[in-house]
Design a protein around this ligand. Structure first.
Ligand code: 5AD
Ligand code: SF4
Length: 462
């Protein structure tokens, strides 16, 4: 390349408008931003409406059959839309892409299928699709960590930072090791650099993401080291992380959270079941007593730490007694929020073979409702206790309903609606909580964001 000579990459497809529709967990949201970064670098332009796009990507989730059927229905819908309009390339990314691979080509007239390790190759895939090829790129790549790629972030104020990909735990019900592969950790230096860039671009909060962030290990760095280093990045107001496996949840991690106010006092610690028998069948590698100890460690060192969880009901062989044990654990721990799921048999997983221990759908629904009812009461009490306190709120954007109102979230991730305009977006402000409707807190701004971390009086004031 000489001076003044424009270098044109051979065979680059012409810039297109692209639309990505994302389902599933935050890892997928982060992957959508990664794909956005790859596409933007090649000159493609993001649009919010599939009707305006020349490239439509459905970024899918396979965690439960219901999630999978939903995305397959949506792919069918977008496929009809594509055939009507003409000139549209339709692709499937994410976990269903990995799970079903080339089967998707038969299921709908998709042009490309790209698994979670293939996003770097999106530009070449689009070029090949331009020549009329239908492309499937669903192989795992043990060394793909996307270290050098810059995500195209869609949110202001908060940034997702993927620190590891895949999972080595192989819980007996879970499809993730088969859709996202084995654990791979990014370098601490790369992660810290990404956090610094996100902060330079206006992020006040980052969430460190991985299927099991606590088992992060890269050279000398373990997760507590990384968390402490991220919290020290200048200008960062908050760091949170998700998701945690109780097995890797250590006192050192608890001490790290306790030591730095930048680290959110909110931990998502999935328990899945309150019965030892079921935990063993799930291959969770720990007992209920072990889990209780982790909770005690947290509550002892950080009394105001909110804990949320995931629970599966209707796992094969779950008896009423097993279920009662889960109910008891939930009443005892008093989670600030809990996601309860009905067990769904997934391909490749050992639990899917436990057909004779199948729990009927009616029983599972009944258990789900009973857990949700208990949790609704606990959650409501927890939120009511916040009324009258002052909370730091990261203002995220305009509230869905009501003009002149903004919405944001607290350190414990509760949604707060407050009066104000778009100029508040991306700031962490002290807010007095004045009321609660449903699960939304209402509040008023009572000061300015003076520094990244605010020492807030958390006592109720009348
Ligand atoms: N069926 C139901 N729920 C599941 N989860 C994972 N796999 C399954 C499954 N096969 C739930 C777990 C996990 C959350 C992300 O999804 O509770 O923590
Ligand atoms: Fe769904 Fe799991 Fe894939 Fe996330 S990693 S998109 S939860 S299947």
């Amino acid at each position: 390349m000489g001076d003044g000579v424009l270098y044109i990459r051979p065979f680059m497809s012409t810039p297109k408008r692209y639309y990505i529709e994302t389902y599933g967990c935050q890892m997928n949201v982060a992957d959508a931003e990664l794909m956005g970064g790859v596409l933007r670098r090649e000159g493609h332009v993001r649009v919010d409406d599939p009707a305006e796009a020349e490239v439509v990507i459905v970024n899918t989730c396979a965690i439960r059959d219901h999630a999978e059927q939903r995305v397959i229905g949506r792919i069918g819908q977008l496929n009809r839309h594509k055939l009507e309009r003409g000139g549209v390339r339709l692709g499937v990314a994410g976990c269903v892409a990995k799970e079903l691979g080339k089967e998707l080509l038969e299921l709908a007239h998709v042009d490309f299928v790209i698994g979670p390790d293939g996003y770097r190759h999106l530009p070449e895939v689009l070029e090949r699709v331009d020549t009329g090829e239908r492309v499937v790129l669903d192989r795992f790549n043990r060394s793909e960590n996307y270290e050098d790629l810059e995500p195209y972030r869609l949110e202001r104020g908060a940034a997702w930072i993927t620190i590891m990909r895949g999972c080595d735990k192989f819980c007996s019900y879970c499809i993730v090791p088969f859709t996202r592969g084995r654990e791979k950790c990014r370098s601490a230096a790369g992660i810290l650099e990404e956090v610094r860039r996100a902060v330079d671009d206006g992020a006040k909060e980052v969430t460190l993401l991985g299927q099991n962030v606590n088992s992060y290990c890269a050279g000398e760095w373990e997760f507590p080291d990384l968390l402490a280093a991220v919290a020290r990045v200048e200008g960062l107001g908050r760091v949170r992380f998700t998701t945690s496996h109780p097995w890797d949840f250590t006192q050192r991690l608890v001490d790290t959270i306790a030591a730095d106010p930048v680290i959110c006092r909110h931990v998502h610690l999935p328990v899945q079941s309150g019965s030892d028998r079921v935990l063993a069948a799930m291959r969770r590698e720990h007992t209920v007593a072990w889990y209780r100890e982790r909770v005690a460690m947290l509550r002892e060192s950080i009394p105001d730490c909110a804990i949320s969880t995931d629970v599966i009901v209707g796992f094969p062989g779950e008896t009423e007694d097993d279920f009662q044990a889960t109910l008891e654990l939930m009443s005892e721990v008093r989670y600030n929020s809990a996601y309860v799921f009905i067990y769904s048999p997934r391909p490749h997983t050992p639990a899917a073979a436990l057909i004779e221990d199948h729990i009927s759908h009616d029983v599972a629904v009944d258990r789900l409702e009973r857990l949700n009812e208990i949790q609704r009461g606990i959650g409501a009490r927890y939120l009511l206790d916040k009324v009258g306190t002052i909370q730091g709120v990261l203002v995220q954007g305009e509230a869905r309903r009501g003009e002149g109102r903004m919405s944001g979230w607290t350190e414990q991730r509760e949604t707060v609606v407050l009066d104000g305009g778009p100029e508040l977006t991306g700031q962490i402000l002290p807010v007095r909580v004045t009321g609660l409707s449903g699960i939304t807190l209402h509040g008023e701004v009572v000061g300015h964001a003076t520094s990244a971390v605010m020492e807030l009086p958390l006592l109720a004031i009348s």
